[in-house]
Design a protein around this ligand. Structure first.
Ligand code: PEP
Ligand code: MG
Length: 887
């Protein structure tokens, strides 16, 4: 016979902490605490298997459940010397949900279950407090009606407020037993009015009603949404915990409270929490009364004049401190506990691993290693990599008040405040005047790089998480909110309109890249702080991980920052980002506008020394670490002047007519530039561009080799290859340049030529391509775009709808789609290794900084991940965790 019900109490339990899947987190830990001999009110857990059965069988229960619940209730009665439903020896219970993972959105708690018109008198007798008994009964009616019967609790609040006002009472505690009785009559009448049936009097009916409500709450829209957002599978189900009541509201020697064994925001090893005298759990949550501090130290620090638990209830406090300490050592983690004191006696109602900030997580993990509670590898596993973002950027002070004017995507973390500007030039002017700007654009393009650099943060009203603004901002470590669709930008009028409010150029706004919020005015910030704990965890992560972590960087500032965050080389240098500099753009435009190769080469010759200087600096900063430089990628028209003013300026500088310039721009126009004349296609059409870049790279390598005294081995990467011969064609040009530079300089240069894998055809033909490619770098931004056939710049407008409708779980441009895009990565990795054993494999799409995607990279055995500088610590930790979990 299947065991559906697990009892606990009286110093033993049928389950334990290891039964989390079956008993849920709460049930498993209650059982564990019982077995540890801690004071836990006896009870039982109806397993998650019942929940699965319930949904598989048209919301009914297994036949044996009735008898098992009855037997478990009897056992609770034996332990307490009471009987459920018996007015002579009254046993009341609480009913709570409890899934594997803690899950708001589900039915929480029904207290005082078993009370009715008869048993309430027994409670009055047992407690010697009539007022308490009727207060408990009305609380039960209110709670049960709300969460089980679906009668909104506002109805009851309204009755209570009216009655208090009518009688001239301010506080609930002013009401007498007789007055509560009258209110109970009104409550019951309300239930009958709403439901057309009386409030259930029969304790068994109440119990099964509550059990059914817990199971039903598994499928409420709130719970379903929460599961989707947190990747909790639907088939886990919830358990139900039924437990003998203990009362924190039985007078001044009773209390209820919550506590953490360490401070969840700082990590400090000090008991942290609060309690309320003469109260039940929901009073703490409701926030009507101000809770008191647990310790004297905390009370003094808070400047509170209400006594601490340490002072007011010294014996219960001492017992609690001992239990808290024991639980933390037992679970080897910071605990979040709930307790009740009934007439001086302490009862434990819950314990679980406590949620904590990134800062606290680091401190707790490091200190627990020092205390010998956990090992280093476990410490590494205890910190959520994504949470490190909190520590790497300025953030909005959680205490600050927020006036939200719109919300977009949290595209790049950190918060920034500045005056609104609508063009990149304005942003630069502001910077020159030492003023802070937020660059507000419909979307950004490569021409905005200088403005993005100059601005404190970037706000766009269009574009997704891998839009130009988002990718570049993340790369720069600039806060960015992208795709804030409810905001309207009017460039002409110089206004930003948000839900009827208009903000003009120069007005101050704040963007919060962590939440996607756009806020009015300046908001107080907290500055990032790389503490010693952070460094310690990073060091242990480095000892644990297998994959290397590189960075995507092209500016010296980014490269240096990435080094300081522990990057082990550059995995992607997007050379097109180096072409937009004010000084260079003229030469770039000359090159594009030239009709004949000779003129193009002349223009390229002007760019050569600049590129050589850039590369040399990167090689020197990376001091012997690998540097992958990618040949020019975007379509040429992106470099051309667009406004009439720009066209006139360039035409004058080049001595050609504006018309001629316009013609050329039109000739270069593409309907779909993302799938157009970009990547290696440019190098095939204009090999001289690739040749110039290759020369700049090799000459820089020679120079940097001399200046640093250690040879530089550049990795030259060809973008957007789909056909083996594309790579062969470009590689032949690169090799020829290498030969030439070696001859000219009298040095041998070691170098590698490889390719991005960012087209499905390249993945499928990876074995052929590996014949020429010495390394692959997975460009999963384009690979996702081309595999799904979804434009990376337009995706955000409908992918969110897809998520809401459950068609996709996660944005594939953020977290790698393992089943589809990942399969192509796997195929390419396997084929590449088969054709060229030991071929170097890496990833440089945005996924290289996403922990879940990094775990996949570990699984397929990539050699490194590459991500924007600010994600390097996150990637180091995620790579370590992925390696540890596979051991
Ligand atoms: C990619 O496509 O994943 C990539 C890294 O290249 P880019 O984002 O520059 O197109
Ligand atoms: Mg790409």
């Amino acid at each position: 016979m299947t065991k559906w019900v697990y009892g606990f109490g009286g110093g033993s339990a049928e389950g334990n902490a290891g039964d989390r899947n079956l008993l849920g987190g709460k049930g498993a830990n209650l059982a564990e605490m019982c077995s540890l001999g801690l004071p836990v009110p006896p009870g039982f857990t109806i397993t998650t298997a019942v929940c699965s059965w319930y949904y598989a069988n048209d919301r009914s229960y297994p036949a044996e459940l009735d008898a098992q619940v009855a037997a478990a209730l009897d056992r609770v009665g034996e332990i307490t010397g009471r009987r459920f439903g018996d007015p002579e020896r009254l046993l009341l219970v609480s009913v709570r949900s409890g899934a594997r993972a803690s899950m708001p959105g589900m039915m929480d708690t029904v207290l005082n279950l078993g009370l009715n018109d008869r048993t309430v008198a027994a409670l009055a007798r047992d407690s010697g407090d009539e007022r308490f008994a009727y207060d408990s009964y009305r609380r039960f009616i209110q709670m049960y009606s709300d969460v089980v019967l679906g009668v909104a609790h506002e109805h009851f609040e309204e009755i209570l407020e009216d009655e208090k006002a009518r009688r001239g009472h301010d506080l609930d505690t002013d009401l007498s037993a007789a007055e509560w009785q009258e209110i109970i009559a009104l409550y019951k009448a309300k239930v009958e009015e709403e439901l057309g049936a009386p409030f259930p009097q029969e304790p068994q009916e109440q119990l099964w009603g509550a059990i059914g409500a817990v199971f039903s709450s598994w499928m409420t829209p709130r719970a379903v949404t929460y599961r989707r957002l947190h990747d909790i599978p639907e088939d886990w189900g919830t358990a139900v915990n039924v437990q003998a009541m203990v009362f924190g509201n039985m007078g001044e020697s009773s209390a209820t409270g919550v506590a953490f064994t360490r401070n969840p925001s700082t990590g400090e090893k000090k008991l942290y929490g609060e309690f309320l005298v003469n109260a039940q759990g929901e009073d703490v949550v409701a926030g009507i009364r101000t809770p008191q501090n647990l310790t004297e130290e905390a009370r003094i620090e808070a400047g509170s004049d209400k006594p601490s638990m340490e002072k007011a209830m010294p014996e219960a406090f001492a017992a609690f401190v001992e239990i808290a300490d024991r639980l933390e050592r037992h679970y080897r983690d910071m605990q979040d506990m709930e307790f009740t004191i009934e007439r001086g006696r302490l009862w434990m109602l819950q314990t679980r691993s406590g949620k904590r900030t990134a800062k606290a997580a680091l401190k707790i993990a490091v200190e627990m290693v020092a205390e010998g509670l956990i090992g280093k590898e476990e410490a590494v596993l205890r910190v959520d990599p994504a949470s490190l973002d909190q520590l790497l950027h300025p953030t909005i002070d959680p205490k600050a008040s927020r006036d939200v004017i719109g919300v977009g995507l949290p595209a790049s973390p950190g918060a920034a405040t500045g005056e609104i500007v609508f063009t990149s030039d304005e942003a630069e002017e502001m910077r020159a005047q030492n003023r802070k700007a937020i660059l507000v654009r419909v979307e950004t393009s490569p021409e905005d790089i200088h403005g993005m650099h100059a601005a404190e943060g970037i706000l766009t009203t269009r574009g997704g998480m891998t839009s130009h603004a988002a990718v570049v901002a993340r790369g720069m470590g600039k806060p960015c909110v992208s795709g804030a669709g409810s905001l309207r930008v009017d460039y002409k009028a110089g206004t930003l309109t948000a839900l009827g409010r208009t903000f003009r150029r120069g007005e101050v706004i704040t963007i919060d890249g962590a939440t996607g919020q756009v806020l009015k005015g300046a908001v107080p910030m907290l500055q990032p702080e790389l503490s010693g704990d952070f460094a310690a965890i990073m060091e242990w992560a480095d000892e644990t991980r297998r994959m290397k972590v590189r960075t995507n960087a092209e500016t010296p500032a980014d490269a240096r920052m990435a080094r300081s965050f522990g990057a082990e080389g550059i995995g992607l240098c997007r050379t097109e980002h180096m072409f937009f500099d004010d000084e260079r753009i003229v030469a770039v435009r000359e090159m594009i506008l030239s009709d004949v190769e000779k003129d193009r080469r002349a223009a390229l010759a002007k760019l050569l020394p600049m590129q050589r200087g850039d590369f040399r600096e990167l090689f020197e900063i990376m001091a012997g670490l690998p540097v992958t430089i990618r040949l020019l990628d975007p379509p040429l028209h992106e470099f051309l002047p667009k406004t009439e003013g720009e066209i006139a300026e360039v035409a004058a500088a080049m001595g050609v007519s504006a018309d001629r310039l316009r013609q050329r721009t039109e000739a270069l126009h593409e309907f779909n530039p993302m799938l157009g004349h970009r990547g290696c296609r440019l190098a095939v059409s204009y090999p001289e561009i690739a040749e110039m870049q290759a020369r700049a790279i090799f000459e820089a390598a020679v120079e940097a080799g001399r200046s640093t005294g250690s040879p530089v081995v550049p990795e030259i990467m060809v973008p957007l290859v789909g056909i083996m011969k594309e790579l062969d064609f470009v590689k032949a040009r690169i090799d020829a340049v290498a030969q030439a530079v070696m001859k000219e300089s009298g040095t041998t240069i070691d170098y590698m030529v490889g390719t991005m894998i960012e087209l499905p055809r390249a993945a499928i033909r990876a074995d052929a391509i590996a014949a020429s490619a010495e390394f692959f770098s997975f460009g999963t931004n384009d690979l996702t775009q081309t595999t799904f056939g979804i434009s990376r710049d337009d995706a955000s407008s409908f992918l969110e709808t897809y998520r809401q409708k459950g068609i996709i779980e996660r944005d594939p441009f953020v977290t790698l789609d393992v089943e589809g895009v990942g399969e192509l990565v796997r195929i390419a990795a396997d084929k590449g290794r088969a054709a060229r054993p030991g071929i170097k494999l890496g990833i440089c799409g945005e996924h290289g900084g996403d922990p879940a995607s990094i775990a996949f990279c570990e699984e397929v055995g990539l050699d490194y991940v590459s991500c924007s500088p600010f994600r390097v610590p996150i990637a180091r930790l995620a790579a370590a965790q992925a390696a540890a979990r596979r051991r």
